[in-house]
Design a protein around this ligand. Sequence first.
Ligand SMILES: [Zn+2]
Ligand SMILES: [Zn+2]
Length: 328
Amino acid sequence: MISKLYLIQRISILFVFVIGLIFFTGCGGSTEDDVTCTEATWYKDADGDGSGNMLESLVACEQPTGYVSNSNDKNDQDSSTIEEGTDDTGDTGDTGDTTDDNCVTSTADNDMAVLACKFYNDASLTVVVNDNTIKITSTSEPDHKSMYYATSNSLYQAYDNTANDPDFKKNPNTIGAMNYTFTIPRFPTSASNKKATGFGAMGVSLNSVVFYNQVAAPGDDILEELHTFDQYAGHPTNTGSYHYHIEPTWLTELKGSDTFLGFLLDGFPVYGPYENDVEITNDDLDDYHGHTGVTADFPAGIYHYHITTDFPWINGDGYYGTAGTVTQ
Ligand SMILES: [Zn+2]
Ligand SMILES: [Zn+2]
């Protein structure tokens, strides 16, 4: 009895060795359990971006958790390429976005990759974290209702604010799908030569809608334009680009008034109008509309912008850091 068991053990060890040999030599084969099983090589996808690491593989019939069939990822081991915006489920505009997939922990005090998972409107944006940049594509189509959606759109909702604002009026534009690509610094630092923000998108918010600065298009007056804002304080240009100049009330209602709401083009984060239950005013902020301090996401402290109730709302005299690029 003992010798038989010993023999079985020896045969098992031999079998494992043979399987290992088959795997090592790259030959296909089948396991002892199921002759119809087709083995394949699976590559470890440590950073969850759908691309595997060619240096870490195993052979199995079924796809193991955390492995993929390709070996395209050259950066897998350091998790430097992270895609967000493709695999959150059910989090378009809901409040239950607890998945927070692909958020990374980082040892760098100013690594904006820790915020990549906060962007949630997957239908309208993608976020990719690269070694030194964060790339965000955005259609700038809000996930909330708006009187500026075409009436055929399920997010169209009529709105009339004349009870509160006698000068309220809808502008003649309609929200369209934009094609923004932001490439912003992943590790932002203060610029020695501060540059002004330009007309057009100066940043992007959690739901893909872009931030505009406190200046209206040439020939228009921003204080007049305020009367055209919709039920969530945004409006579209005549090319269909929906944007926020002031607090995006949908996001502060959804995520909180003291939370991270998006990036400006220089990579520094934008937070809501509250901090530690106290409303931030312009007096608390520098000329660029930010300050350095601890936030929920950066316990070691970080420079960050705040949105305030009063003009200039999101940004002041320009970018605190060196702006990345935005194409449309
Ligand atoms: Zn505007
Ligand atoms: Zn602050």
